[in-house]
Design a protein around this ligand. Structure first.
Ligand code: NAP
Length: 301
């Protein structure tokens, strides 16, 4: 039996693993996709203390290596269910693998939000994308659009402008949520066009995206693009674990500043936790708090 099983191998989960190990307890991190979490898809991270500029993938690797150097175990599995009683949990995975733990930290992160358009899901992978870093290269010399007004959308537009013939940045308001520095850099790009106060109302194309229909202040507009990068934020990826905690109306887990939940042995850390600021730095802070709270719980058993 592990002392602590951590569900999610992003910055919050990997930091938790490092702290659990340094407290002398055993730790297993279970990740379903790839270690590093969302940050792994960020081309450049420039707001993580101590790193002037680092690729998200490199930072993710460093966090993983650090946790493993401290002796954390890692598994690539998808957790489907957490059963048992406080102090003795059974963590079941889709593959049939099972692990036991005295305490569990849920650091499952968040998944991309979708626009909610009729054939959006059917076009995922055939024009509709969520990661410019991963899929941008498929649209080299082609026109694409980015939806959103946060840092992810701005960074995606910047990255795509390097290779795509045209990048339309579509945002529903007239001002961006993301950093001014990025907005100004994008304004200087000749192949980037801002389409503000506008929403995408339809995606045209049966097997592949052909064009977008937009509702703009001057009426309806059709944009011929082959790719649409949806960057409108994320939603918590907590689904299977919801019976163990109280979620708010948006699906985030409620917890206190020590990352505790209504179950004494279940802790929550990172982007799946309700808090005001969801950032890399606050995710690693959560990982620290959740790990120390989990160790304190185990010591009380
Ligand atoms: P975000 O900051 O929450 O921005 C989401 C954007 O999508 C907002 O502009 C929002 O519009 C728009 N939006 C939401 N729902 C929409 C809908 N249904 N239709 C159209 N537009 C919609 O999300 P994010 O850009 O993914 O960033 C998440 C966090 O990660 C942020 O704190 C960000 O700073 C951080 N981040 C950091 C880095 C880094 O390099 N350090 C990189 C990327 C992201 P409104 O503005 O109108 O609400």
């Amino acid at each position: 039996m592990f002392d602590v099983v951590i569900v999610g191998g992003g910055p919050a989960g990997l930091t938790a693993a490092t702290y659990v190990r340094r407290a002398g307890k055993s730790a297993l991190v279970i990740e379903k996709d790839g270690f590093g979490g969302q940050i792994a898809w960020s081309p450049r991270v420039e707001n993580y203390p101590g790193f002037v500029s680092v690729s998200g993938a490199e930072l993710g690797d460093k966090l993983l290596n650090q946790a493993m150097e401290q002796g954390a175990d890692v598994e690539l599995e998808e957790v489907s269910e957490i059963m048992g009683q406080p102090g003795h949990r059974l963590i079941k995975c889709l593959s049939g693998a099972e692990f036991e733990a005295k305490a569990v930290i849920i650091a499952a992160g968040a998944k991309p939000r979708m626009l909610g358009l009729e054939n959006e899901e059917a076009l995922v992978g055939n024009g509709v994308c969520f990661c410019a870093l991963c899929d941008g290269i498929f649209y080299k010399d082609k026109p694409v659009a980015v939806a959103g007004g946060g840092n992810s959308a701005l960074q995606d537009a910047m990255l795509l402008s390097e290779n795509c013939s045209k990048v339309y940045l579509i945002h529903r308001r007239d001002s961006f949520r993301g950093e001014l520095k990025l907005v100004e850099a994008l304004r200087k790009k000749e192949n980037v066009e801002f389409i503000l106060n506008s929403t995408i109302t339809a995606l045209n194309g049966d097997s592949e995206l052909r064009s977008l229909l937009l509702k703009t202040p001057s009426g309806e507009r059709e944009l011929n693009v082959e790719g649409l990068f949806v960057a409108i934020g994320h939603k918590p990826d907590i689904g299977a674990f919801s019976p163990l905690m109280v979620l708010d109306t948006e699906g985030y887990a409620n917890s206190d500043e020590n990352c505790t939940t209504i179950s004494p042995d279940i802790f929550v850390a990172g982007d799946c936790r309700r808090k005001k600021v969801h950032q890399l730095t606050t995710a690693v802070a959560d990982g620290t708090s959740a790990a120390l709270a989990a160790c304190e719980y185990i010591d009380s058993l």
